[in-house]
Write a protein that binds this ligand. Sequence first.
Ligand code: AVJ
Length: 316
Amino acid sequence: MNISASLGSSLAPFLQDVLHGLSQPHKTLPCKYLYDQRGSQLFDQICGTEEYYPTRTELQIMNEHADSMARQIGRQAMLVEYGSGSSVKTQILLDALDAPVAYVPVDISEEHLLQTSAALQANYPHTEILPVVADFTTPFTLPEPAEDFSHVALYFPGSTIGNFTPIAAGVLLQNMADMLGPQGGLLIGIDLQKDVAVLEAAYNDAAGVTAEFNLNLLRRINEELDADFALDQFSHSAIYNPNQHRMEISLVSLREQHASVHGQRFHFDAGEPILTEYSHKYTVQGFAAFAAQFGFALHKHWTDQRGYFGVLHLVQ
Ligand code: AVJ
């Protein structure tokens, strides 16, 4: 995106969010901006690393239990997915679901989304594929499928919910509850609490793909927001915070330095972090209790043998 094209009377949201985050006493950048075209590619690459267990574990759970999940979801559903990415897990669900009325993948990475949707439509001719380019953290309108549907089934895999602070996750769950109504269900993937060494290895892969994914955010800011971050003067850091049950992922300034974004100059101390992402780890019961505050009841859940990852079906 060209910023001059998206600048109206106010600043473009990306620029606004970056300037705001870097002006905080503890500098932050919103993790949703990690997923441009290059970032989405790098994330897919992370999923293939030896150390990053969540995707492969969730896939294994989906492969093993998709039929049981499909029975929970029921017939005639409009399947909506938040943060669909490459929709790999969704295809397992679509295969088990016996032609849902429509599939609505929602993602902010437009190119990636439209490519994936075209491929899916060819593979699932009896399901209407209705991609929506949107940021699912802010309200958006669901498309109307040509055929009637009986209920909305929301699929939110990948433990994306882990990126949200408890407060933001609560807002999201409330929005989901409002969208779903009394007939709706939520099938959600969550990463579970486990040995710290396993967690930290997953976010510090030896090949350095996660580091590149994280640094890609600064490269993107340089490119799109007229900034001048010295990419080799920031390093990737990913540490588990056992009190908050979350991975804290940041870019650490390797020396005292400045960077300008769109004419605004920011100072960085040596060792100062820019927080780029949280990844919260839950327990099944802990998450169910949390979701209950927003009217969700846990109907069924599935996990792997090691108990690394959980897929939960919650209903209103
Ligand atoms: C896509 C949010 C699930 O938190 O594990 C992976 C993102 N960041 N490695 C996660 C991520 C660094 C990932 N989620």
